[in-house]
Design a protein. Sequence first.
Length: 494
Amino acid sequence: RVEFILRGLNSMISSESYVSRSLETGAMSLEEGEGGAGGDVMTKQDCFRAMIDLLSRIQEEGDAYDELRKRIRSQLTTSTDPTNSDSSSSSSSSDSDDSDDEEGVSEKDEEIFNEWSGGLNERMREVGFKVRQNSDSSSTSVNDASGDADEEVSQEDYQFGASPGLTVHMVDLVLDALACLCEEEYGTKSSSSSVDLVQLMGKDASPPPAMGKDLLDTVLHRHWLDGGDIGLSAEAKATAVGQGIGIGSGTGAGSLSNLSPSTNFDVRTCPTAMTFNAVIRIASNFDPKAHAEAVEKYNILNGEGSSQRSSNGADKDTLKQQQEMLRDITIDAAFSTYSRMKFCSALTLRALKDSTKNATSRSAVKRQAKLVAEGALTGRNSATYAYLLQTVSNCIPPSLSRGNIAFGLYHKACDQEGVIDENVIKAMRSIGGYEEDNNDDGTSAPPVSNGPIFDNFLQTELGAGVSSALEKGRSLRQDRNYKLRRHLDWDGSY
């Protein structure tokens, strides 16, 4: 029911939203009598606020249900207290059934619980947690690998995996709506915007890229609780693939080492390409400078700022600091999301299944394992690299560093991932200041210089225009996976 409502709100945000495009392509359809009754009854701001409120409410309801379940089960497991073990062991076998019935827990139930508890502690140790069993069997003391302060963690938090209610599709719809709002306000496609993000989200709220990253963290944490690998081990090693400790319903990604995807994917908690790419899309459309200026104007209109800037430039320095802070937040959201796509096993194994033929020989399996280990095979697609290159173009000033970063991303997209398409080429050309639809003989140097080496590369490879570069890439099979890794076959946005 909540997903149905969120789809309707998403369609009212923008004609470029996920649901709107689904209706246009026929991927979704309206039954007779459904849809609006002749005109929008809610503004875009109201629709987005309603989506955020629904998301918060469904999370709170899931947490409440989870808390209620833990309280009930804690009453049923009181008999496992070691202080009662002597008395229970001294009881005769003839009275055991009667005593168990009185306490509400049988010996079989107690044995199952103890087996589950030991297995969970062992699983937590395997992923790097230092687990010490306390006298109270309903909780354990968990230390991280750095040896910091202890944290009391209830085993009930991990027994059933993620709490009920919230699904990945709900978060995807909210992220997509936020990306559309950022594109409308800061993008170049629209000359005027009917949305004020500062007024919509509040001046003290997290900026859109940070909000998108927080929602992604929520999805990945729930996936981790269900046993999925998300690349965050307890030892915080960048190269480690942290295996989730949740064992509830066995809905993890599968075995990355054996290259075998799970046959029991849970669509409610498994992230998709849309989940990651929507965050990068938000970052690519976000304008740190314009947002900082909008916050300043909002403060002035509400009497919280000075209407006249001081002559010593102190206010200008403050504004510049805010712009730089927002720029760093935007870059962090985009590149951290890009990095986490590599370590999400569910995404990688799906890409492996769609991008390559089934490997039968041992040598073929080893080659696939090497690709995964080197990061050459991930769940990243064309949209990932197009949005990331747009973020680089918007947030990093022309320099050698920008040229080097852009070249590395473009090389990985073309040669390693094989996901080149028209959007990736346009984003790469924008690094050098080329117009989107400019096609010439390739003799003109990039209008914006990022160093002589990069300028020469860009002029040689992409200077002749988008169509010429795309034709060359296809001849080299640099587009071999650009459709296979899409979130949906028809959806080039994610």
